[in-house]
Design a protein around this ligand. Structure first.
Ligand SMILES: *[C@@H]1O[C@H](CO)[C@@H](O)[C@H](O)[C@H]1NC(C)=O
Ligand SMILES: *[C@@H]1O[C@H](CO)[C@@H](O)[C@H](O)[C@H]1NC(C)=O
Ligand SMILES: *[C@@H]1O[C@H](CO)[C@@H](O)[C@H](O)[C@H]1NC(C)=O
Ligand SMILES: CC(=O)N[C@H]1CO[C@H](CO)[C@@H](O)[C@@H]1O
Length: 390
């Protein structure tokens, strides 16, 4: 009896020990009170562009924010993906645009600005590098080092570099494309390193969407009914291929560097391509915008001099305007970022990234996936249907 009970308590201690030391376990653990910082372009802009320009921006006007009765400078009919991630992180106040006066940035901020690029000098915007410098200016007065180390840094940038490149170099050959991708991704690498040297250790990097399938791109390049503009998809693919290996290398060399990669490219592409499955994603329209004018209703949403169309039911559209997603889609992205499996975000999801002990080396690396490995994995997936189609 005495032996039994001491054995039981030893097992109990072992169990507790195991739970505490498995960072992927949430049993009995609460989400640390940390911050969420976002960097990049319009997809993560919480209203900074509005503050950076003297002209009235479309996203400050109806029908932007329509589903929330509040056009607030976000490029959506309501919330954007980081808003949902912040909510899942139990952050009690909305993530504010850092450039707006008098905002409370104690639990994070959006440094992202529409039109942001990695290279060049974007007009009335900030490059990623300038956004990080802004973070550094504010750091000392607002957040201590441990708090920054535990916080999540989400980055989505590069689309504007490739859209600009393609516009200016419509006939670029493969080697010119590859050279440009190399300079863009090298800049991304040096900017991430700058952010790491500023104290950040937990990074979520989102791959670029299939840029050639954005409604505004299909419309501008007149791709016809079903097609995407492949040169831009190829640039996005070349860019995306470099992200994972680059971050693996940083994690192997920079102490305490932790990351994950959200496969946004395939998240969007699956919703666009799967004609029948698209019903299970609940989007009926994936090739045209909800708001705008033109062959794909993709131009001019919110502009005062444009009589743009507005769809009746935003939630059945993947895209709200020519290049930004509806709130319904953003909510899905938020769920995928926070809780999806490695087919969508790897080596871990944002919940696991938040819970992962600060300073500890990562146990898993990012692995290349192809559409064939994706399908093969799923053919033998032990999970139910809900897990099979992200
Ligand atoms: C900012 O928000 C935090 C978190 O909700 C709160 O504790 C703090 O009092 C706020 N600061 C100001 C100045 O309102
Ligand atoms: C766009 O491309 C042009 C021509 O290559 C370049 O001069 C300019 O800096 C680019 N703009 C941005 C914001 O990258
Ligand atoms: C969008 O896709 C649908 C269904 O495949 C097709 O019927 C329609 O013509 C497409 N619209 C445009 C503008 O490409
Ligand atoms: C147009 C606008 O709102 N500008 C503001 C942007 O933010 C700076 C600094 O926070 C303010 O000084 C501007 O008035």
């Amino acid at each position: 009896m005495a032996v039994d009970s001491s054995l039981a308590s030893v097992l109990g201690v072992l169990l507790v020990f195991t739970l505490l030391h498995n960072p992927n376990t949430v049993v009995g653990q609460s989400i640390p009170k940390v911050a969420l910082f976002t960097f990049g372009d319009s997809n993560f802009d919480a209203g900074n562009k509005q503050n950076l320009t003297t002209v009235n921006v479309a996203q400050g006007f109806w029908p932007y924010g329509k589903s929330r009765d509040n056009p607030n400078g976000k490029f959506s009919d309501g919330f954007i993906a980081p808003d949902f991630v912040a909510k899942f992180m139990e952050i009690p106040i909305p993530i504010p645009p850092v450039l707006r006066p008098d905002v409370n940035i104690s639990r994070g901020a959006s440094f992202a600005v529409a039109d942001a690029t990695l290279l060049g000098a974007p007009v009335e915007s900030l490059t990623l590098n300038q956004q990080i410098r802004k973070f550094n200016q504010l750091k000392e007065a607002n957040w201590n080092d441990d708090f920054i180390k535990g916080s999540v840094f989400m980055i989505y940038v590069g689309a504007n570099d490739y859209l600009n490149f393609t516009k200016n170099n419509p006939d670029a050959d493969a080697s010119a494309q590859q050279a440009f991708v190399t300079s863009v991704t090298n800049k991304l690498r040096s900017d991430i390193t700058l952010l790491y040297n500023s104290g950040a250790t937990k990074f979520m990097i989102q791959t670029l969407a299939p840029l050639g399938c954005l409604p505004i791109v299909r419309q501008d390049y007149r791709t016809g009914e079903e097609n995407c503009y492949e040169p831009l998809n190829n640039l996005a693919k070349l860019h995306n291929e470099k992200i994972g290996p680059m971050l693996n290398e940083l994690a192997a060399t920079a102490s305490g560097f932790q990351f994950t990669v959200f496969d946004f490219y395939n998240v969007i592409l699956r919703r666009i391509q799967s004609k029948t499955i698209s019903l299970s994603y609940r989007f009926l329209k994936t090739n045209v915008s909800c708001c705008g004018v033109g062959t794909h209703d993709a131009y001019g949403c919110g502009l005062p001099n444009v009589h743009s169309k507005l769809c009746e039911y935003q939630r059945s559209y993947l895209f709200f305007d020519g290049r930004h997603n509806t709130e319904k889609a953003q909510e899905m992205f938020g769920h995928l970022l926070f809780g999806a499996d490695p087919n969508v975000i790897q080596p871990m999801n944002v919940r696991e990234l938040v819970m992962y002990p600060v300073g500890e080396p990562m146990r898993e690396v990012w692995l290349p996936t192809t559409s064939s490995t994706f399908q093969a994995k799923h053919a033998s997936s032990p999970f139910g249907r809900g897990f099979q189609y992200y």
